[in-house]
Ligand binder design. Structure first.
Ligand code: CA
Ligand code: CA
Length: 298
């Protein structure tokens, strides 16, 4: 199987990035990843203030997918996420939402064992592995890997986990897929600016879908279909995710515009992915059972 080494890290998704490997349509690929701090935080005396910021938010890749042409959709099946044995989380004044109130920097090393993240001697949380940064090259300008936009990027959507299928736009020949920034667990919002940041390995299968049948980025999990939107504020991201799902219900599921809006209001869940990155990200979730009742299958 094709394995992409973590040493191929990029810090911006760009049409100018040279591919580090070529994959055939339908190939499985393993991406080794480094945590969002580039592995710089290894002990609880390490602080955000001591970081080399040029090494933050590495993404592994990019991979050129044969046959992917601008205007197509790249289907990325997340087959497996293997985590390292230790994660890190930190809080700092001015970072994220809780940083608005935090008075001092603090760092916690979180052991990961037997499917749990050890928070302290009293509390362990079940792991829920997810990919924070995953995207294709944008069409024109390079976008830093810390920023989510229409090409994907730092969406920090906790539903991008094992078994999920993510659809991304192909903006340049080969799509140029890259990913990184794994979290062992994270709550919606990522309010202290990090999840349980961890290195690992991600196995995906890439398939080229001709054209753009779905509003992108779009995610399908075991239970839900989700439209994901990143924008300069939470209001705009919430509106974007909702209207993108409305477009899907009208264009693909063939509902009338008014039925689409009403259905979203009755059974669509509008959620925050993250509220702390340079753009904010929201998702609109619709149960697959509802889509099946309407005769739609992925
Ligand atoms: Ca992130
Ligand atoms: Ca992260």
């Amino acid at each position: 199987m094709l394995t992409i080494k973590r040493e191929t890290a990029i810090y911006a998704m760009s049409p100018e990035n040279a591919p580090v490997a070529h994959a055939a349509n339908g190939d499985q690929i393993v991406f080794e990843t480094t945590d969002c701090f580039g592995g710089q935080i290894t002990k609880e005396t390490d602080r955000m203030g001591g970081l080399d910021w040029s090494r933050i938010n590495p993404a592994t890749g990019p991979v050129f997918v044969e046959g992917a042409e601008p205007g197509d959709t790249l289907k990325v099946e997340i087959l497996k996420i293997a985590l390292a044995e230790q994660a890190v989380i930190l809080e700092a004044p001015g970072e994220g939402i809780t940083g608005l109130a935090a008075k001092e920097e603090s760092t916690k090393i979180l052991k990961v064992a037997e499917g749990k993240v050890v928070f302290n001697s009293a509390l362990s949380l079940p792991i829920c592995p997810m990919i924070g940064v995953i995207g294709t090259a944008p069409e024109k300008e390079a976008v830093a890997t810390g920023t989510p936009e229409a090409h994907g990027g730092n969406m920090d959507c906790k539903k991008i986990g094992e078994g999920a299928v993510l659809y991304l736009p192909v903006n340049v020949p080969g799509a140029l897929l890259a990913l990184g920034d794994l979290h062992a667990v994270m709550g919606d919002g990522e309010v202290c600016v990090c999840g349980a940041e961890i290195s690992g390995e991600v196995t995906v299968r890439v398939t080229v879908v001709k054209g753009r049948p779905l509003p992108l980025p779009f995610l399908v999990t075991q239970e839900h279909a989700m439209a994901i939107c990143s924008a300069g504020g939470l209001d705009a991201a919430a509106q974007g995710a909702t209207l993108q799902m409305r477009d899907f219900l009208i264009g693909e599921v063939k509902l009338s515009p008014s039925d689409a809006g009403m259905l979203l209001s009755l059974c669509g869940d509008l959620r925050i992915c993250q509220a702390v990155d340079p753009n904010k990200t929201c998702r609109m979730e619709v149960p697959l059972s509802v889509l099946r009742s309407l005769g739609y299958e992925f």
